[in-house]
Design a protein around this ligand. Structure first.
Ligand code: SF4
Length: 245
């Protein structure tokens, strides 16, 4: 089954290191406030015409909301849609799911190994309110930093910062820094993502990030369709992509 562009969400947060601190200091001065404003502006404008109407984005049942975010970890959104619709119609509560010993969600997503953890999540939430605080969310089975942040941001409308490998790739291309599998765990990167995430309408910005990195700036960037000017994106400039100013 297809996976979302190698998103690796929900891993433990990073250790800080001396090297990390040095890179962080240089990144702080390299990334200007003006370039952050430009990125935000371009993304939120793009999102106006491109917001993806996935069913969990109009979801008010919090059990379904957190389940959707868990399903979306490392899985393509389009692949999750039919499974989520089936799941939401069948299991109104965590108890309903936990009581059905035959229930299988992740098998349908080709991720059978995550089934047991999801069942533990349902058992843990049996008869309980889902917590709002990051530390308490992170104690739940199968809930890592990405799922906790997405649940808080999109379903509770509490400001939080979305970091996954797709976001790392976009920021690396835009500001022209090298990235690897460990970048999202670096403190300097998390600080950059914190700086980029707006205080107001953060949820709209974060939707834009997810939609844009899925549709345009993905593993095969569509620089010709990109709303960023070639002058503003470091990779677009070198690749000759991006709309010319
Ligand atoms: S110009 Fe290309 S590399 Fe830069 S943000 Fe747009 S799609 Fe991504």
């Amino acid at each position: 089954m297809a996976r979302q562009d190698e998103s690796c969400r929900g891993d433990p947060l990073p250790e800080n290191t001396a090297d990390d601190t040095a890179v962080g200091a240089s990144m702080k001065s390299a990334v200007s406030d003006a370039s952050i404003r430009q990125l935000r502006r371009s993304l939120v404008r793009w999102e106006k015409d491109n917001f993806a109407e996935f069913p969990w984005r109009a979801c008010h049942n919090h059990w379904h909301c957190i389940a959707a975010e868990v399903m979306l970890r490392r899985t393509a959104a389009t692949q999750v849609v039919p499974v989520f619709q089936w799941f939401a119609a069948k299991y109104e509560t965590a108890e309903a799911f936990a009581d059905d010993n035959e229930a299988a969600v992740f098998g349908q997503l080709g991720l059978r190994q995550r089934e047991r953890e999801f069942r533990k999540l349902a058992e843990t939430l049996r008869g309980k309110r889902i917590p709002r605080e990051p530390a308490k969310l992170l104690e739940l089975p199968g809930v890592g930093p990405y799922v906790a942040a997405a649940y808080r941001c999109f379903h509770l409308h509490i400001r939080d910062v979305i970091v996954d490998t797709n976001v790392v790739r976009l920021y690396g291309r835009y500001w022209g820094f090298e990235t690897d599998g460990g970048t999202r765990r670096k403190r300097w990167f998390i600080e950059l993502a914190e700086r980029v995430t707006p205080r107001r309408r953060f949820w709209w910005f974060n939707y834009a990030l997810l939609d844009f990195t899925r549709e345009i700036c993905n593993q095969r960037p569509k620089c010709d369709e990109c709303p960023f000017s070639a002058r503003s994106c470091a990779l677009g400039r070198f690749a000759g992509g991006g709309r010319r100013p």
